[in-house]
Design a protein around this ligand. Structure first.
Ligand SMILES: [Zn+2]
Length: 556
């Protein structure tokens, strides 16, 4: 009978549990000193070894000849437990048995002496799923348990375990298994199984598993089957890991539609880290857009409210915008296939697309306002547009998005122009990036004070400042700051939520306005800046949206 790798390599001893030494060492010490509490709470992400450790603990307290807190694995008791031949270890999955009746049943067995082991061990998984009555019934058992009983409650969500319950338990927090430890375990299992696992495939599995060893081994299992005896390649893993989760897809689409550049950038980076390919992302977005369109159409016909049907709370996704988006995504596919840097192309194009949607949405404002200059200064986000339909449509495909002047190097016809920051030296040499005016003076100030900025960040977090040190400001606009980083790891780390928050706080207070920042690798920035602005605009938003106007001689 085929045994899954996860089962086959399930740790039998504390020393084999990967990445949870802070738990296993403490448990071993308690067993050595014979001071084992009667009730534990094991919390932590799925697949990190909570129930496995519970079973090892049951074995260790029952073992006839424990060695340094570890079960011996050889005595008849150890063997009986490993062969699942004892009635004294009871496992209950609270996710599927969450009611009061199950807990009552369990309590009835509580006072019966164990049949073969010194103690009865109750392992209750996903304990936070118990109903309040069931949790309350369990609490009474925990308050005064019989001497011969050991409880191990496990949960992925300790915050949801009632405090009254938690306070009776000795709490151990399992951590996500570090990628390096996961990779080492994969390497070990592959060697034992005679599988040829390529390093890129191994690292990709470790990163996809996101700290869950069970998921990592399941993925290795599938990849091995997929490779059919040949070497396991990263492509096999990608194929299996498949596409985006529904949640990831919706968040990404929302960021595009609402023009949330920073959020979009962060989400794309996360997907890249997970090993998703640019093509998978675009294909998924297309399918999602198609589903929403179909859903909207059917609910319109069924006379239901359109905004109810839309998956986004802030903005009803209007059909015209969605169609434009779908069209752009279709155009994007061939350029991904032809590019040596498909992910970079995807990032830049999606950012530009998001920016286009945001611009065209705010450009629609004057149509509803008698005075075109009123209320255009700043802050026109796509999310504030509530008219789903024709006005956005005409602006997305029309000329509302701006014209590029090659000589003066500025974008006109953009509603947001009114709010741009004018550099003190006038507008000559002004460059635009993602349809935003440059703040050359701001950049100069930021560069000059970069050390102080880092010091300021350091006051908030030493770790954040150490990542930020790897970068420097290369561009400042009204709403964005572009930072270039020499090493990918620094660029990635500053994108993590906690670091990003610290950096934004300092940048915003320094510049005195609500900017976002975009982190690029030096190479990416070089690629973006070296192209001619017209060329860049064409590349970013597509030829049909860029209109080149000859500069008038008398314009400053
Ligand atoms: Zn033993």
């Amino acid at each position: 009978m085929y045994q899954t790798l996860y089962r086959k390599y399930r740790p039998r001893f504390f020393r084999d549990v990967v990445g949870q030494e802070h738990v296993t060492e403490t448990l071993k010490a308690a067993i050595r000193e014979k001071r084992v509490p009667h009730a534990f709470l094991f919390s932590g992400p799925r697949g990190t070894g909570k129930t496995t450790t519970a079973r090892i603990l049951a074995k260790a307290i029952s073992c006839e000849r424990p060695v340094d807190g570890e079960p011996c694995g050889e005595c008849s008791t150890c063997r009986r437990i490993e062969a699942w031949e004892t009635m004294d270890i009871l496992e209950l999955d609270a996710a599927s048995h969450r009611g009061i009746d199950e807990i009552r049943e369990l309590k009835e067995t509580l006072y019966l002496r164990p049949s073969t082991l010194p103690k009865k061990v109750y392992i209750i998984d996903e304990v936070h799923m118990l109903t309040p009555e069931a949790a309350n019934a369990l609490l009474k058992s925990l308050e005064e348990p019989p001497e011969h009983v050991l409880f191990v409650l496990a949960t992925t969500d300790p915050e949801k375990v009632p405090l009254t319950l938690r306070s009776r338990l000795m709490h151990f927090a399992f951590r996500p298994v570090p990628p390096a430890a996961t990779a080492a375990r994969l390497e070990y299992v592959a060697r034992e199984e005679g599988l040829e696992l390529r390093p890129e495939a191994r690292d990709l599995i470790a990163s996809l598993a996101a700290g869950g060893l069970r998921d990592a081994l399941a993925l290795l299992d599938m990849a091995a089957a997929f490779a059919q005896g040949g070497p396991i390649e990263a492509d096999h893993v990608r194929e299996l890991a498949g596409t985006l989760s529904e949640q990831e897809g919706k968040e990404l689409l929302a960021a595009v539609l609402e023009g949330e550049l920073a959020a979009l950038f962060a989400r794309l980076e996360k997907l890249e880290r997970q090993g998703k390919t640019a093509e998978q992302i675009v294909t998924y977005l297309l399918r999602l857009v198609k589903d929403i369109l179909a859903h909207n159409l059917s609910s319109v016909e069924g006379s239901a409210s359109k905004s109810e049907a839309a998956p986004f709370s802030r903005k009803p996704a209007d059909p015209a915008t969605l169609l434009t988006l779908a069209e752009r995504l279709v155009q994007l596919l061939p350029s991904l296939r032809g590019s040596p840097y498909p992910f970079l192309v995807l990032q830049v194009r999606l950012l530009a697309l998001a920016e286009t949607l945001r611009s065209s949405s705010s450009a629609a404002l004057p149509e509803r306002r008698p005075s075109p200059s009123a209320g255009m200064a700043e802050g026109g986000k796509a999310g504030t547009s509530t008219d789903g339909g024709t006005s956005s449509a005409s602006n997305v495909s029309g000329d509302g998005g701006g014209k590029v002047l090659p000589e003066g190097r500025k974008v006109s016809g953009n509603a947001r122009k009114a709010g741009r920051v004018s550099p003190p030296g006038g507008t000559s040499g002004e460059r635009t990036f993602l349809r935003e005016s440059e703040d050359a003076e701001g950049l100069a100030r930021l560069r000059e004070s970069w050390k102080e900025v880092i010091e300021e960040v350091k006051r908030l977090s030493v770790r954040t400042s150490s990542w930020l040190k790897g970068g420097y400001p290369v561009w400042v606009g009204e709403r964005s700051v572009v930072l270039a980083f020499r090493y990918p790891i620094h660029r990635k780390m500053v994108g993590e939520a906690e670091h990003r928050e610290h950096i934004l706080k300092v940048l915003r207070s320094f510049l005195g306005r609500p900017v976002e920042f975009v982190a690029l690798e030096e190479g990416e920035w070089e690629k973006l800046r070296e192209v001619d602005p017209v060329d860049l605009a064409v590349r970013l938003v597509g030829e049909d949206r860029v209109e080149v106007i000859e500069d008038e001689p008398d314009e400053a």
